[in-house]
Design a protein around this ligand. Sequence first.
Ligand code: HEC
Length: 197
Amino acid sequence: MSPKARSYFAVAAAVVVLATVTALLFTRPLRASRGARLAATPQLSPVERGEYLVRAVACQDCHTPLIMGPNGPQPDPARMLAGHPENFVDPYTVQLPETPGFWMWAPTNTAFYGVWGKSYAINLTPDENTGIGVWSEDIFVKALRTGQHWGTSRPILPPMPWQWISQMTDEDLKAMYAYLRTIPPVHNRVPEAEPIG
Ligand code: HEC
């Protein structure tokens, strides 16, 4: 190789290295967050849009039980969106609070006790017997739209934030339903709510 060819080669190699480093730096934040990657995709299928919404609206916060990890409570990866664990042993004797407006919740963040009684985040996985496997899209949308259990019966209890979720479009509610049909079914029979009054 002549000295001139060598210096061309060196410049070309430097450009390639620089371009690679730049590309890596710029794509890093996107790779770091699945939510950001989904949001950045212009054309989402209903299932992808539903995944993005379920993550961003934080359904996991109450519908996925927390377990203790090395850095404190973390969502249990084996029970994603599976609701209040059926084998949960309450470490405290739950006394419904007497102070009006006072409420408390289990360390899993899936069971809630207050003036409304006891409520348990339901199993949102498509398990046929214990999840929403038998729910039609219509029931799902109606429940979230009206705040009535199954869209027709008793009021949905706190702290399920249906008042805010009900403001989503039909398309978005249906997208969340479509996504929830695709997640792994988890067999977990959540206790029945115990409304007061
Ligand atoms: C702050 C906690 C919390 C968050 C956040 C939350 N939920 Fe819930 N959810 C609950 C609780 C508690 C119940 C049980 C209420 C009851 O039994 O009356 C419930 C019940 C439900 C039900 C059953 C409704 C019925 O017909 O009985 C559905 C469906 C549901 N949630 C979907 C969702 C979706 C989808 C999201 C996110 C967009 C979400 N939830 C976010 C706590 C929460």
